[in-house]
Design a binder for this molecule. Structure first.
Ligand code: T4K
Length: 403
């Protein structure tokens, strides 16, 4: 429990509960000596990029771990999405959720492909297949499902729907590294799956990502496209871009893989601490994970029902941020409310009632190796206090803080 009174809350000028900011997405770093050793080797070899030995080793290790034929390491997941959708010939319209990080939509728009925003199932936060079916038009060429928070989409239904309508199917698995679905690791589903290894992901390569696929032809095409279309010295056979992962990023990845289990264990233990600490607080719902599957437990996502909790999500976020708990409103306000989509599709929200509702309720809390039981107890104590005193806190706030 927080030992603060209302007047002592940092929102009202009191000292923050934490001296330093606790971030959502604080990077996990593996064994420094192992990393430095790899960097020394890299410098000795003087091979820094362009399919170097550590990138190749990283790709092999990922393919083994995921049980997939091909893994192509990339500079980041956004470029990976652009390359894979182009390699698959997605054009015209592609159906995507609006409730995702904006990169999912931008990767299409950047190439002149129209992202068609589809609503989600409020119980899972994932694409609602019934809505997807309704959004298919003669211009639709594909679907990008997002395994948000590491929880797999309705993979079987979407796979069947894509096949029946002759559509390509890609999964944005940016959140779902090291997660499984019915015992199979994420990486083998759809035509391809795309991972992000950005610094803020529980497993990172500074910046980075990967495309996983069982399709040989697609894998070769992706390899060409991420290297300007070069099929050997002086021979360009496709329009390509630069999507390569560097050696130093692969060094970070290889080092991180050695600590992967411990990163997940810390996330899982922290998740349990949040579960206990938030138990029974009215109006709050913590996103759950299926313990019978492999999961990375990275995202601590809360839904705040303002009427029941007596405090709005926005006020709760402001209150926590003042205490140096840098809670985030992922993924507010939804891609359809960001430019250029808001101007292109001003009425999109009419087709996205569940997304519209959810973006006003969700918030993410810090997880990873930089937080532990003690901090989480304090965070949960602050939240419990804020909910118990919601009305008084709101009454003291200037209008813009009330949410
Ligand atoms: N698809 C989905 C579903 C995604 O979530 C993402 C990325 C992508 C595709 C595209 O993947 P990449 O192309 O990035 O590989 C962050 C990340 O930049 C982004 O990768 C991630 N999703 C998204 C969920 O979060 P921001 O703009 O919210 O990041 P930022 O700078 O506010 O950082 C988040 C927090 O992490 C901050 O509070 C500070 C802390 N932080 C950040 C960095 C970079 C650190 O403590 N250290 C650091 O080095 O987007």
């Amino acid at each position: 429990m927080s030992s603060k009174t209302i007047a002592e809350l940092a929102l009202f000028g009191g000292a923050p509960a934490f001296d330093e900011k606790l971030h959502v997405g604080r990077p996990n770093v593996g064994e420094r000596e192992r990393l430095m050793g790899r960097i020394e080797d890299m410098l000795d070899r003087v091979w820094l990029s362009n399919n170097g030995p550590m990138v190749q080793e990283f790709e092999r290790k990922l393919a083994d771990m995921l049980g997939v034929k091909h893994v192509v390491a990339m500079c980041n997941a956004t470029i990976a999405l652009e390359i894979v959708t182009r390699a698959l010939g997605m054009e015209g319209e592609v159906i995507v959720p609006s409730f995702t990080f904006v990169a999912t939509a931008h990767s299409l728009q950047w190439q002149g492909v129209t992202p068609v925003f589809c609503d989600i199932d409020p119980a899972t936060h994932l694409l609602d297949p019934l809505c997807v079916e309704k959004m298919i038009t003669p211009r639709t060429t594909g679907i990008i499902g997002v395994h948000l928070w590491g929880r797999p989409c309705a993979i079987e239904v979407l796979t069947e729907m894509a096949a029946r309508n002759n559509l390509k199917l890609v999964f944005d698995a940016a959140h779902a590294f090291a997660c499984s679905h019915n015992g199979t690791m994420i990486g083998s589903f759809g035509d391809a799956e795309v991972f992000s290894f950005h610094a803020t992901k529980f497993f990172n390569t500074f910046e980075g990502g990967a495309i996983a696929t069982n399709n040989d032809e697609l894998a070769s095409k992706i390899r060409l496209m991420k290297n300007f279309g070069f099929a050997g010295y002086d021979n360009v056979i496709y329009v390509g871009t630069n999507g390569k992962m560097t050696e130093v990023c692969a060094a970070m990845g290889l080092t991180g893989l050695e600590s992967l289990d411990s990163f997940i264990e810390v996330n899982r233990a922290n998740y349990r601490s949040y579960q206990e600490g938030l138990d029974g607080i009215p109006g709050l719902k913590l996103v759950t994970y299926d313990d019978s599957e492999k999961g990375n437990y990275q995202y601590i996502v809360l839904e705040v029902d303002e009427r029941e909790a007596g405090i709005s999500r926005d006020l709760l976020v402001d209150l926590l941020q003042a205490e140096n708990v840098m809670a985030r409103r992922y993924f507010y306000p939804g891609c359809h409310q960001m430019e250029p989509y808001r101007s292109y599709f001003p009425h999109a929200r009419l087709l996205l009632p569940e997304t519209e509702r959810l973006v006003r309720r969700v918030m993410s809390l810090p997880n990873g190796t930089s937080v532990g039981r003690e901090q989480i107890d304090t965070i949960c104590g602050l939240i419990r206090f804020a909910v118990s005193q919601g009305k008084e806190i709101a009454a003291r706030c200037p209008a813009e803080n009330k949410g």
